[in-house]
Ligand binder design. Sequence first.
Ligand SMILES: [Mg+2]
Length: 382
Amino acid sequence: MSGFTRARAGVPSPFHLRLMMVEANGHVEREGKNGASYQGWISTRNSLATERKDLHHGTKANVSRAAAPHVRAWVRLVPARGATWRRAGLASGDDVGRVQDIVRHPSALSKFEQIVAASKGKKIVMFLDYDGTLSPIVDDPDSAFMSDTMRRAVRSAAKHFPTAIVSGRCRDKVFEFVKLAELYYAGSHGMDIKGPAKASSRHAKAKGVLFQPASEFLPMIEEVHERLEEEMKSIPGAKVENNKFCVSVHFRCVDEKSWGAVAETVRRVVREFPRLRLSQGRMVFEVRPTIKWDKGKALEFLLDSLGFADCSDVLPVYIGDDRTDEDAFKVLRRRGQGVGILVSKHPKETSASFSLQEPAEVMEFLLRLVEWKRLSRARLRL
Ligand SMILES: [Mg+2]
């Protein structure tokens, strides 16, 4: 299959990006040349496709397609500089001219005063994703360590606010990284929830919380993990991770030429397990139970466990960087309560209200929140 997309207009120095189509209904997110990046998803009716595309960006799109009649796609281009970015749409069988500007969400640091003002008379509860939020994204998922300074910031936050780590990782593994016994941990995308191992009088309400809504899937997850490990041996760089209630297949270190093979293999294996479903995160395929449980449900469960069910005097603050965190951002929007903060260097479509660029800014935000809380307590004592 071959073809190209071209979206062009009056912006000088058009740049070229190489876009590899990963899989049917696949999500793509990569750094491009000249500091630009692109994101998107591609679907094909012909199973897998790997295709080279040259993309130009501009104020108006004129998207045309020379071939690939069964391709549907949208691709978002993020220029290296400038406040706007573009989306070029491409629909099956048609030429499409469609461009949409997406404005970056305001920084949670620059809007800090607004955020703390919203917490007046309310109890802040912190929810933190791990990878890409507290730790940098690295090639080897086993080496995604958080810094000691970040650990100190999270520990300080937990002294003032009930704090939970909500991760796609296995709960034990994320605990090994974070090493803070005073936190709540929701592993496997919220399917494995445990309260603080170290009792805290301030957060005593949820002591002993333990919830595993997908326990019956454990043998099936074991089986799919073994099958995927066996299958991925032939693809250099692919890494299969057993996250207890879900399995991750990382392809960050796989040669681009083999991304299609990774996707095809994972899809073929998952088809044998109709009670499991496949989703995709940042350079990772995730296999998990079909039950309706996600990070958003975990957030609600923890709020209920903390005694904040149907309460108006709580302000949940959720910080995360991945598509799986969107479920939590949506819950906050639906409740009309709380602050969703997306961690991303680039603007993205998101249900979060604010953004932070990277883990270093997450740490700065946590420390400012702690300092604000400390000062407001001191003022109360005067
Ligand atoms: Mg993450």
